[in-house]
Write a protein that binds this ligand. Structure first.
Ligand code: GUN
Ligand code: FE
Length: 427
């Protein structure tokens, strides 16, 4: 038994059983051995009596959350440029800022701020875009590894339709840097993994995509990218790849759309029925980014429909399209935009309930990392301890109500402690 990752947490425990319901245990014991949950108990079973107990008394203990899509380099301009839509925003805000990460001193400082803030959030796992700069990407990976968070991080590939100061010179140059990045980081980390990251179809030639797909196979990597976020973007893809039957097929035809390996597509707002079927068939994850989709006037993804159809869905901040690093805010935003979609677009698509959005933020996205996002036996123990005493002064609430209020009134709570795969982080 590893001492560092074997522990009992005591407190008011709350986690999803399925998307409809949570299990709440007041003053319960969450037992973790070698980073793996053994279960949640009212009384501590005799066999675990020798383990160290961290008693959090009346604080909430919930699973850590997974941010399924976030751009680390964009955190430095978070909250700016919100009057634009995607393509103008990329040209005027995003690309100029990402170019600054060629400067490793700037990258180090900017990435450290992002890493520190993510460490102090409710997020325990994340799938992260860096920039196309391999050295800066390695700095981000080093910092994330150091933080104790478990992440997948991608050096971005982009060899067309970007300004010359940022665009990679050719597909070959992009591939060469990607291989160098993979070789230089291989075997270096325990908590940090590379993930292939072609920015989106408009940024990547077929030649680049085809070569990336080959690297994907050889290195057994997963893939993250963007799909159908904005209507002008979708039209642009049709023009750029006239041979493809649609945006999803533009990825699929070059072997970059899941199937026998994991893939995440952010946004998925304007997806056709055929594309939806392909996503289901290939097990492609939807990273739902409600805050970003609102800020960039992108639209509202049909998450209720995806859940009904059995697609894999998680929540994501998409910083700095989204302006909040907090997955609690994403829970609230996902519910809010689903209500607008229900009321304004299609009353057959019922709004997300709180338990559903909580499930998506924990198990939904967590499942991309394996058995993550629950406290049921065999799950890796990612836990966040929340002091919500400020919210419990006037009236008494049950644990699920306290969780809901903690999400909606996040400024009133404190994150007291955090564990990732059983290991306590310094926060
Ligand atoms: N599509 C391509 N690149 C980006 C990006 O950086 N952010 C968002 N939201 N969408 C994109
Ligand atoms: Fe994004």
């Amino acid at each position: 038994v590893q001492k560092e990752t074997s522990i009992v947490l005591k407190g008011d425990i709350c986690y999803s059983i399925d998307s409809e319901s949570v299990n709440s245990v007041s003053g319960g014991y969450l037992v973790c051995i070698d980073g793996i949950c053994q279960g949640v108990f009212d009384e501590l079973p005799e066999q675990y009596a020798a383990l160290q107990i961290h008693d959090y008394q009346h604080s909430l203990i919930i699973p850590g959350m997974t941010d399924l899509h976030v751009h680390a380099p964009q955190y430095s301009f978070c909250g700016l440029g919100m009057d634009m839509e995607l393509l103008e925003w990329l040209d005027t805000q995003t690309f100029p800022e990402e170019a600054r990460y060629a400067d490793l001193e700037y990258a180090r400082k900017a990435y450290q701020t992002f890493t520190d803030d993510l460490t102090h959030s409710v997020t325990t796992r994340a799938c992260i875009f860096a920039t196309c700069h391999l050295k800066a990407t390695e700095i981000l990976m080093d910092q994330m590894e150091q933080s104790g968070l478990i992440t997948k991080i991608g050096k971005v590939n982009m060899d067309r339709n970007a300004p010359s100061y940022l665009c990679e010179e050719s597909a070959e140059a992009s591939i060469k840097d990607t291989l160098r990045w993979l070789n230089e980081t291989s075997g270096r980390y325990q908590r940090t993994e590379p993930i292939l990251t072609p920015r989106f179809i408009p940024s990547c030639t077929d030649e680049l995509m085809t070569k990336l797909s080959q690297i994907r196979r050889e290195w057994n990597l997963s893939v993250q990218s963007h799909l159908s976020e904005n209507m002008s973007e979708v039209d642009w893809v049709k023009n750029l790849v006239p041979d493809a039957s649609g945006y999803a097929d533009a990825y699929d035809r070059v072997g970059m759309f899941g199937g026998d390996y994991p893939a995440i597509m952010a946004h998925c707002i304007y997806v056709t029925k055929e594309e939806q079927n392909l996503m289901k068939q290939n097990g492609v994850y939807v990273a739902h980014c409600p805050s970003s989709n609102t800020n960039l006037s992108s639209g509202i993804a049909p998450i209720r429909r995806y859940l009904n159809e059995g697609l894999k869905v998680g929540l994501a901040t998409d910083l700095a399209g989204g302006h909040s690093i907090s997955m609690l805010q994403m829970i609230v935003n996902a519910i809010s935009v689903s209500k607008l979609r229900f009321r304004l677009i299609d009353e057959k698509e019922k709004p997300l309930r709180f338990t559903e959005a909580f499930y998506l933020a924990t198990i939904g996205g967590g499942s991309f990392f394996g058995k993550v996002g629950s406290f049921d036996p065999d799950y890796e123990m990612d836990a966040v301890i929340i002091d919500d005493s400020e919210l419990c002064k006037l009236n008494q609430y049950n644990i699920q109500q306290r969780l809901e209020r903690s999400a909606y009134l996040e400024s009133k709570i404190k994150i007291q402690a955090k564990y990732v795969a059983g290991r306590q982080l310094v926060i």
